[in-house]
Design a protein around this ligand. Structure first.
Ligand SMILES: [Zn+2]
Length: 387
């Protein structure tokens, strides 16, 4: 690497802390008087958000997505918002709701069809105009989507997921309130928490890693490692919720500015070909990706700086300064087992799907950040071991 050079971009404003949802109304009222409120499936979880908006004089129209958003959902949402005269978009929910809201806000600002702008399966035209003002309120601790500049959309006819991506899609405000994590079911805690963990590990090992993102990853890994297992076992105390919310936020900041790797490279086709939620797919893929990447680096690129980073991750998660690189893999394997994450076969993937998964993972944008270019046989090994 020739010296240090990086850029860092994020939401215009990040408001973090237990109870900060109370500030939503005032923040939104400064941007518009009529909000499209995007939620996942049932809008109850967004009830408190709507109350805050309405109390501040912001009228709400509701739009919900039934699952991870599709190109069709976003098309419908944008048409509905236009018909209703929405001036801002507020997304309240997990990554599905936030990605849907982010994509709808981008379309409202730019016009046209989502396929015009979508990577991989669409025409990939750049967005040229600002999104409608967009506020993200995460209610899970996993995706970090409140601070990323892309929205992942499923294209059912192509059986793949792809992103709308532009710096113009960054939220005007991210309101991250750890109190909203109260009452999350433990399988959601597990899958979303391991997605956040993967989003701290992959940018830290990425070929685009930089000192600013490294600092966020180190801090996020400490918090995730000490609190995720406790949260899964039922500890919903405030310090644990703060740790999970910060790990998720820092993972989002990291991935948006340093890229990802093979976990997310595979997660895109897994989510497109099967009905696997993003977090569950990432969690199932994480142990094999860490192991195969470490073996490939040790064998073919023993000079790679990623190897020292494996040792550093191992020391952070095990809290043993003398930990070796392999300990990072073993610790992660045992966490994924303890959190009862099923293999990809749970979602219908089988041995016969390995070649298609490998071919699609190779083309995924996330794969570009992987610390080493994996060979065909190594990619197949990851897919097979994750079934
Ligand atoms: Zn992820």
């Amino acid at each position: 690497m020739k010296g240090v050079r990086f850029e860092f971009a994020t939401a215009t404003r990040i408001v973090f802390g237990p109870g900060v949802l109370a500030e939503l109304g005032e923040i939104a009222a400064g941007m518009g008087r009529r909000a499209l409120v995007v939620t996942r499936r049932t809008p109850e979880r967004a009830g408190a958000a709507r109350e805050r908006l309405e109390a501040a004089g912001v009228a709400c129209v509701a739009f919900s997505v039934t699952a991870e958003p599709t190109v069709g959902d976003v098309r419908r949402g944008a048409d509905f918002a236009r018909a209703e005269g929405a001036e801002i978009v507020v997304a309240c929910g997990g990554g599905s709701a936030i990605d849907a809201g982010k994509a709808i806000a981008a379309l409202l600002g730019n016009g046209g069809d989502p396929l015009a702008y979508l990577e991989v399966v669409g025409r990939g035209q750049p967005l040229t105009k600002p999104s409608l003002p967009f506020i993200a309120v995460p209610t899970t601790a996993g995706t970090g989507s409140e601070v990323t500049r892309n929205a992942v959309l499923a294209s059912p006819e192509h059986r793949v997921k792809a992103s709308l991506r532009s710096p113009l899609m960054l939220a005007r405000a991210a309101i991250v309130d750890p109190d909203l994590l109260l009452g999350l079911p433990s399988p959601v805690v597990a899958a979303s928490g391991l997605d956040a963990f993967a989003q701290l590990v992959e940018p830290f090992l990425s070929i685009r890693a930089n000192p600013m993102v490294d600092a966020l990853c180190r801090e996020g890994l400490v918090r995730s490692a000490r609190s995720l297992r406790r949260a899964f076992e039922g500890d919903s105390s405030e310090p644990v919720r703060v740790d999970l919310a910060l790990a998720s936020l820092f993972g989002g900041l990291a991935l948006a500015n340093a890229g990802l790797g093979a976990v997310h490279g595979f997660a895109a086709p897994v989510g497109g070909m099967f009905d696997a939620p993003h977090g569950a797919a990432c969690a199932a893929l994480l142990p094999a990706v860490l192991r195969v990447n470490l073996e490939a680096l040790s064998r073919r690129r023993p000079e790679s700086p990623a190897l020292a980073r494996y040792r550093e991750i191992a020391a952070i998660v095990t809290r043993r300064p003398d930990a070796v690189a392999e300990d990072a893999v073993a610790w992660t394997e045992s966490l994924v087992r303890a959190l009862a994450i099923p293999g990809l076969s749970r979602w219908g993937a089988g041995e016969g799907d390995v070649p298609a998964l490998v071919a699609k993972a190779r083309a995924a944008s996330s794969m570009k950040g992987n610390p080493i270019e994996l060979e065909e046989s190594e990619l197949a090994e990851i897919a097979r071991a994750s079934l």
